[in-house]
Design a protein around this ligand. Structure first.
Ligand code: NAD
Length: 283
């Protein structure tokens, strides 16, 4: 293996330390402690783990939290009432509704009810529009974490060939805007791309956000490229990414592992967003 490992756990810890110091400074300067409201509907075990990790991170960085746990049979209207009330609550700076909700609830309708000023997951049309327009706003946590990892690894983005595989609203599309904003030359590849290996092998920076285990092999990677693996796939062999790590690590210059790469960054960026929402609302 020749590639340098980009350690998401370490970068995530550094980001959280930075947020903790900024929260302390903000509060010492007379700011109100930022508060994140989390909403969890139903009893999906994975969602419970995710939310509890988010609440632990709040505590670790000095951000306050209020947690609302609703039964699986909660109606969409009752959930919307809560989300709107949190939007009107002056003591709440960020609203996080854990996705996905139960099947009878339309996630898009719920997202549309979130006050954009408190949209710390960066999911509302307002946040997406600001990002697409290159204007400041709250950026979806996983793509923001990808940029943080690239910066931490010292990867030059200006003028770089960046290829993103996947065009989801959650990851791929925001990354297109973020990388364009950093003056990379951006290509978005997806399920209809004709020759994926050929497109990917142009990349100085290759980001895989697909959800197909080990889709990206050594033949997709230019020697020395930086490879960021967003994929999290549960297989019989355990958790694997979209990148065939062992094969690609022999070719790439730097690579994120799964687990321990992009995954830990998401919660760290949620903390960044909650603090910045609090500061923006206080202005
Ligand atoms: P999605 O299913 O919404 O989108 C997948 C995208 O991949 C689509 O745009 C599709 O066009 C593209 N695609 C599908 N098959 C392809 C193929 N064979 N070749 C090229 N492109 C193909 O997924 P998502 O929400 O963007 O998530 C992608 C992966 O990232 C998943 O494994 C998910 O678990 C993971 N993820 C991780 C984090 C995290 O680390 N915190 C956060 C979000 C998503």
């Amino acid at each position: 293996m020749s590639a340098k490992i980009i350690d998401g756990r370490q970068v995530s810890a550094e980001v959280k330390d930075r947020v903790a110091a900024e929260v302390a400074e903000y509060v010492a300067g007379g700011g109100r402690q930022p508060v994140l409201a989390t909403v969890l509907v139903g009893d999906d075990p994975a969602s419970h783990v995710y939310v509890s990790n988010k609440l632990k991170a709040c505590e670790a960085v000095g951000i306050g939290s209020v947690h609302h746990e609703l039964p699986a049979e909660t109606s969409q209207d009752d959930l919307l009432t809560l989300v709107r009330a949190l939007g009107e609550d002056d003591g709440v700076d960020g609203i996080l509704v854990q996705m996905p909700p139960p099947d009878h609830i339309d996630p898009d309708v719920v997202i549309a009810a979130i006050d954009p000023a408190k949209d710390v997951d960066g999911l509302t049309a307002t946040s997406a529009g600001l990002l697409a327009g290159g204007r400041p706003g709250l950026v979806s946590c996983t793509p923001a974490g990808v940029i943080e990892l690239l910066d931490h690894a010292g990867v030059e983005l200006e003028g770089a060939e960046a290829v993103i595989v996947g065009r989801s609203n959650l990851v791929g599309r925001p990354l297109i805007s973020l990388l364009l904003g950093r003056n990379a030359t951006v290509t978005a590849a997806h399920s209809r791309t004709r020759d994926l290996a050929e497109v990917c092998s142009r990349a100085d920076v290759l980001v895989a956000a697909v959800g197909v285990p080990k889709l990206i092999g050594a033949d997709h990677v230019k020697p020395g490229a930086t490879v960021i693996d967003v994929g999290i796939n549960r297989t019989d062999d355990g958790l694997v990414g979209d990148v065939d790590f062992d094969a690609v690590a022999d070719v790439a210059g730097a690579i994120t592992p799964v687990p321990g790469g992009v995954g830990p960054m998401t919660i760290a960026m949620l903390m960044v967003n909650t603090l910045s929402a609090a500061k923006a609302r206080a202005k």
